[in-house]
Design a protein around this ligand. Structure first.
Ligand code: NAD
Ligand code: DAU
Length: 336
């Protein structure tokens, strides 16, 4: 019988792409446990709901009763994507970040320990390393120095996961990836926010001087790297994941406008994010050397395809950019 993988947060951006990747390549049974927060969208995987290798369960990783219910079935592997993921929201209201990212991961680790799952992959982030100066890159042994409530909560989960390997010998692995872009990303994050605002003829709010640097990877390359870690990674190890595409925010925004053929007059510099990390850059030498990881998507082409996806899926983001989203936007950008 095929093994069962519990994917948490599978209705979010990366989880959606990962579920598709796995069903396209393997014969596993995938259980997608998702709370369906503002960021979780059932529409993302609507077309595979009839696939008998796929089961959706609405539930909260921070709620042990929900986990007990899911674990009535045999789960072989856990890939934990479920998280509150947006730095700006963590600055306004960190509470859910602590509950989901820390307590939720703890509950999952405990359940995995009790049920003796074969493998536990914790999806962490390069933000655990904090901020870089003008040179250098994060390695797996770079000291952890998170700066936002989001990154602090992800760091807590990440080191808790490693502690379960060290203390209980649990088969835990941790991935720390850089900034993702691609289809199905919620339009609160830089790239989809800029694309959808530009398409709607709205201003593009650039924080501070626009010279903060992020290191971009296409989401399908991130999913391929997780697949490698899941199948070939070594227990107790951390793997950085990146594609070596460092860009300033203003260059990203200009590129989006250029692809869409919209004017740069839409750009508006706004008040900076508090505690804004200046630069991220990932050294992914370990996963390259040990697991043979090679990103496959060319950045310029990946960006063109991503912009095209948002052009072709206007209904998807227009349905999101209503109601609670508009309240969030007003609160976040209204007085900036
Ligand atoms: P997302 O916000 O798009 O999706 C998060 C998903 O988790 C949503 O479907 C949401 O409903 C679900 N969720 C939230 N709280 C939950 C809970 N308590 N129980 C069950 N489900 C819950 O996030 P994303 O961008 O897809 O990120 C996925 C993971 O990857 C996160 O752990 C994030 O920290 C990590 N990560 C993201 C990036 C990036 O660039 N987006 C980079 C590196 C790592
Ligand atoms: O590095 C990995 C992380 O990347 C993930 O762990 C997070 O889940 C993910 O949200 C992302 O965090 P960032 O804070 O880097 O992403 P965000 O898209 O929010 O912002 C990217 C950069 O763009 C950052 O320097 C802030 C800036 N920005 C963002 C928004 C939303 C703007 O200038 N204007 C904006 O409106």
């Amino acid at each position: 019988m095929a093994e069962t993988i519990l994917v948490t947060g599978g209705c979010g951006f990366i989880g959606t792409n990962f579920v598709r990747h796995m069903l396209g390549k393997y014969d596993y049974h995938i259980i997608n446990l998702d709370k369906l927060t503002y960021a979780g969208n059932l529409e993302n995987l609507q077309d595979i709901t009839g696939d008998d290798r796929y089961t959706f369960v609405k539930g909260d990783i921070a709620d042990t009763a929900d986990l007990e219910r899911v674990f009535e079935r045999t789960i072989d592997v856990i890939v934990n994507f479920a998280a509150e993921s947006h730095v700006d929201r963590s600055i306004i209201d960190p509470d859910a970040f602590i509950k989901t990212n820390i307590n939720g991961t703890f509950n999952l680790l405990e359940m995995a320990r009790k049920k003796k799952v074969r493998r536990f992959v914790q999806i962490s982030t390069d933000e655990v390393y904090g901020s870089l100066g003008a040179t250098g890159a994060f390695r797996e042994d770079t000291p952890l120095a998170p700066n936002s409530p989001y990154s602090a909560s992800k760091t807590s989960a990440d080191i808790l996961a490693i502690a379960y390997f060290k203390t209980y010998g649990m088969p835990v692995l941790v991935t720390r990836c850089s900034n993702n872009y691609g289809p199905y990303q919620f339009p609160e994050k830089l790239i989809p926010l800029m694309i959808t605002n530009a398409l709607a003829g709205m201003e593009l709010p650039v924080y501070g001087d626009g010279l903060n640097v992020r290191d971009w990877i296409h989401v399908i390359d991130h999913c391929a790297a997780i697949d490698l870690v899941l199948h070939r990674g070594e227990d107790g190890n951390v793997y950085n994941i990146g594609a070596g595409k460092e860009k300033t925010n203003i260059d990203i925004v200009r590129l989006v406008l250029e692809i869409l053929g919209r004017p740069e007059s839409l750009i508006r510099y706004v008040k900076d994010r508090p505690g804004h990390d200046r630069r991220y850059a990932i050294d992914s030498g370990k996963i390259t050397k040990n697991l043979g990881f090679r990103p496959s998507v060319d950045f310029a082409e990946g960006m063109r395809q991503t912009v095209q996806w948002y052009v072709e899926n206007k209904g998807w983001w227009e349905r999101i950019k209503t109601g609670a989203y508009l309240d969030y936007y007003e609160k976040m950008y209204g007085n900036r």
